[in-house]
Design a protein. Structure first.
Length: 231
């Protein structure tokens, strides 16, 4: 699929789904579709490169340095994720998660992107050095792969992403799809801006009637908006 075809597919998906977005389950389906589009787009981008020129990822389970820096997401992902957490986690696990999010948010709220990126604060979803929401993690996390873990360990604490050998076709494809989805959601009159993950989680976990308010166009996530490219 060429990027123009992918762009049309995204426009159509958002238009169709937002015309009848009645429940958080509908939203979860849209977010899943977004993941599928991103995976397809990444495969297409990789096909356009010489396979020998694409490095292999050094990422393994338990390698979590990148879970200590800023994660970009969008409200649609966070609304769907928090609904899923509320439906699937036991009460005590959800309470523990709420406390981790609240504590991380207290440390990071108000920091600039660079300060947040280099603050060394763990993502509240990181448990025993592994992502506790792996299949539901933000697109930004799924996108990010590096071919050199040592470069990650040296660069991430300084928020120096230029020094990390990211698997570029994959990352570019995912980011392009995410930003495109966000723009289409904005066109539908709903907040689709990029947000910082921890601040957005804290907002989502403490806002009553979140899905109704966000899908009606209320900008409840405004305090978590990232307004300039962080890197
Ligand atoms: S991006 Fe870097 S820190 Fe993150 S899992 Fe991959 S190698 Fe590890
Ligand atoms: S959501 Fe998962 S993969 Fe992403 S930063 Fe948090 S723990 Fe890491």
């Amino acid at each position: 699929m060429k990027q123009s075809a992918t762009a049309s597919a995204i426009t159509l998906l958002v238009e169709e789904r937002f015309a009848c977005l009645d429940s958080v389950e509908d939203l979860a389906e849209l977010v899943e579709s977004m993941r599928e589009v991103a995976r397809l787009e990444a495969t297409e981008q990789e096909k356009r490169h010489n396979p020998l020129a694409i490095a292999q990822p050094d990422c393994t389970k338990g390698c979590s340095t990148c879970c200590y820096t800023l994660v970009e997401t969008m409200p649609a992902e966070v609304v769907a994720l928090v609904a899923w957490l509320e439906q699937t986690l036991a009460t005590e696990d959800l309470d523990r998660l709420r406390r981790r999010v609240e504590s991380a948010d207290r440390t990071t709220r108000g920091l600039t992107e660079r300060q947040r990126g280099g603050a060394g604060v763990a993502c509240p979803m990181l448990v025993d050095d592994a992502c506790s929401i792996y299949a539901e993690r933000p697109l930004d996390c799924e996108a990010y792969q590096s071919s050199d873990v040592r470069a990650c360990e040296a660069a991430i604490p300084n928020y120096d992403f230029d020094e990390i050998p990211v698997i570029q076709p994959r990352y570019n494809a995912y980011e392009w799809v995410r930003v495109r989805f966000g723009a289409e959601i904005e066109r539908a009159g709903v907040d689709g801006q990029t947000v910082e993950f921890i601040a957005a989680l804290q907002i989502a976990l403490t806002t009553e009637n979140l899905f109704d308010r966000w899908s009606a166009g209320e900008r409840v996530f405004a305090p978590a908006h990232i307004t300039s490219p962080p890197h």
